[in-house]
Design a binder for this molecule. Structure first.
Ligand code: ATP
Ligand code: MG
Length: 563
């Protein structure tokens, strides 16, 4: 008993429901879920939560998970979105059962079901405008008014519906409504619309149809057709559930029934997650497309260097519950950092280079030094880096009038060049404006890392990354900050006023060690002491471009704590 309690405790509420259903033998104890995106935009991190939930429930309970495109609105849908959705799900590492499915494959069946409802006097054609219909809706506490067309005969309704289908009417001229209950406290039950006329080519059915079923008249039926057992959706559909069940009651008479269960959607701070808003950012060119690395889309995150594992770990950490909340985006960044720390090889790249000359190092000499690819993972081995008399270091790793606690380079102070020698600041060369153009140093000839000499063991306070100047590869680095500087941009009258004008900074001529040329598109590395960076998809061998995936530490939590 106690063991069972223990087990139940670790289940989320959906797992508890599924396990009870299996035990009770409901729907032959099958588990069949589905992920039902509307192909009207790219998937975002909220969808990833739903994908992880649906696919992982199927996996955990030896069931199946379908991919079903909920494509009932030809105006907004497009094959570009269908393709991107499939790519994103596969990239996350999930496999749907069989072929991708489409609600539009069920148009014929849905039409027949609509006819059945008309014949059973459960549906009628309404000639009113949408404004008139809206004005009769009532409020949750005030019953609505019945449409004057509600009492049309079955024959007239059948005839009109057929003529709607054959394209005789203009959009908005007629709709098919269910005979629900205009006094129901649930507004969705007040004669909901089943079909509307849309004269628009559909991405799959072309011009075959000019009447299209509404979401509510499609979703439950599609679940039913596919043998779905657990239809998991977000809380905003809770009020639709009675309608979901009512349609199935009208149309089917089997013991088998899909059951809708709602969970809280993912809300993430500092971003927006409505596809409508994301589309606006794309269309108004406020970002560079759906896969802009600042976007909360899966394709944007992929391009930025987030791994599928880190997104899945994030989904796991936030869990599923019934209550809405807002997750801090820094939790997602934490998951990315944690995963990349294990996976990403290290490279040295100087983002803001200043030249450093080691005056006692022979002018023509070059040598190789050996550095770890990943100190967290010995199996990643070591690589060789060229060292020479002239190198680049970060401008802010040197300070002329350094305070005591400055553990980087200064005149008369020593630091170690990572994997190489200890150097000491000697002199500076400045331009007419007083900017440092060269730092002159001397090096301790015996201090080479790993050489086994006493001097190689010598401890100095700071260690700097560096790149040999004549071997350096100039690269472009794109630094990202949050796309919005408001925690809840959607709460603003116009969410676009919260856009952060400094969300993208492009830095040219960052100096990378030569091994960088071995990286391929979308490879992620750690630039030591700087953060994780990913090769952008537009990067070429002539001009390498890097996106900063995430910094090494959560710089924001410090800022937030200071407030
Ligand atoms: P949006 O509101 O962003 O336009 P949507 O709900 O209209 O999204 P769909 O394509 O209909 O997008 O969503 C497919 C599935 O993903 C649905 O089951 C939906 O409940 C789920 N989903 C959408 N947004 C989130 C979210 N933020 N968190 C969890 N699940 C979500
Ligand atoms: Mg939707």
């Amino acid at each position: 008993m106690s063991e069972q309690l223990e087990n139940n405790k670790s289940l989320n509420f959906i797992e508890s429901i599924i396990e009870e259903d299996i035990k009770a033998g409901k729907n032959e104890s099958r588990v069949h879920t589905r992920f039902p995106p509307e192909p009207n935009g790219y998937l975002h991190i909220g969808h990833a939560k739903s994908i992880c939930l649906n696919f992982s429930m199927a996996k955990k309970y030896n069931g199946k998970c379908n991919l079903r495109f909920d494509d009932t609105n030809p105006v907004k849908e497009d094959v570009e979105y269908v393709d991107s959705i499939m790519e994103d799900i596969k990239w996350l590492g999930f496999e749907w059962d069989g072929e991708p499915l489409y609600s539009s494959d069920y148009f014929e069946q849905l039409y027949d079901w609509a006819v059945k409802m008309i014949k059973n006097a459960k549906a009628y054609i309404d000639d009113q405008t949408s404004d008139e219909i809206a004005s009769q809706k009532g409020t949750p506490t005030v019953p609505g008014q019945e449409s004057p067309f509600r009492s049309r005969s079955v024959d007239e309704n059948l005839d009109l519906f057929n003529r709607m289908k054959s394209g005789e009417f203009k959009e908005g001229e007629k709709i098919l409504r269910a005979k629900g209950d205009m006094a129901s406290p649930n507004m969705h039950m007040r004669d909901p619309i089943m079909y509307r006329i849309i004269h628009n080519e559909h991405h799959r059915t072309g011009n075959k149809w000019c009447i299209y079923p509404m979401y509510d008249f499609t979703h439950g039926q599609s679940d039913y057709i596919e043998g779905i057992t657990h239809s998991l959706c977000t809380l905003e559909f809770e009020n639709h559930r009675p309608l979901y069940n009512w349609y199935l009651d009208q149309l089917t008479d089997t013991d088998y029934r899909p059951v809708q269960t709602e969970f809280a959607r993912l809300n993430l701070s500092y971003t927006v997650m409505s596809k409508r808003k994301l589309l606006q950012l794309v269309e108004d060119k406020l970002v560079n497309g759906w896969d802009d690395p600042r976007m909360p889309t899966i394709s944007g995150m992929r391009r930025r260097g987030y791994t599928a594992d880190s997104i899945k770990a994030f989904a796991d950490k936030i869990g599923v519950a019934k209550r809405e909340n807002v997750i801090d985006v820094s939790l997602l960044e934490f998951c990315v950092r944690e995963d990349l720390n294990k996976k990403a090889d290290r490279l040295m790249t100087v983002l803001d280079p200043v030249k450093l000359i080691i005056v006692n190092y022979p002018e023509e000499k070059e040598e190789m030094v050996s550095v770890d690819n990943n100190p967290e993972d010995e199996t990643r081995g070591k690589r060789e880096m060229p060292f020479s008399r002239e190198i680049y270091i970060e401008r802010n790793d040197f300070m002329e009038d350094a305070p005591k606690k400055f553990f980087r380079l200064s005149i008369d102070k020593e630091v170690r060049l990572k994997g190489a020698y200890i150097i000491k600041g000697e002199n500076l060369v400045k331009d007419a404006d007083g900017n440092i153009t060269e730092i002159h140093c001397t090096y301790d000839v015996d201090s080479k890392s790993g050489s086994g000499t006493e001097a190689s063991q010598r401890k100095v306070k700071g260690t700097l990354h560096w790149v040999s100047a004549k071997h350096a590869v100039p690269v472009q680095v794109r630094q990202y900050d949050r796309l919005f500087n408001n925690e809840d941009p959607a709460s603003q009258e116009d969410f676009k006023t919260s856009l952060n004008p400094d969300s993208l900074t492009i830095v040219e001529n960052c100096m990378a060690e030569p091994a960088i040329v071995n990286l391929k598109s979308l490879d992620t590395v750690q630039f030591q002491r700087q953060g994780y960076f990913c090769v952008d998809i537009d990067s070429t061998s002539e001009k390498m471009i890097f996106n900063r995936t995430v910094t090494l530490k959560d710089g924001w939590s410090k800022v937030i704590n200071k407030k």
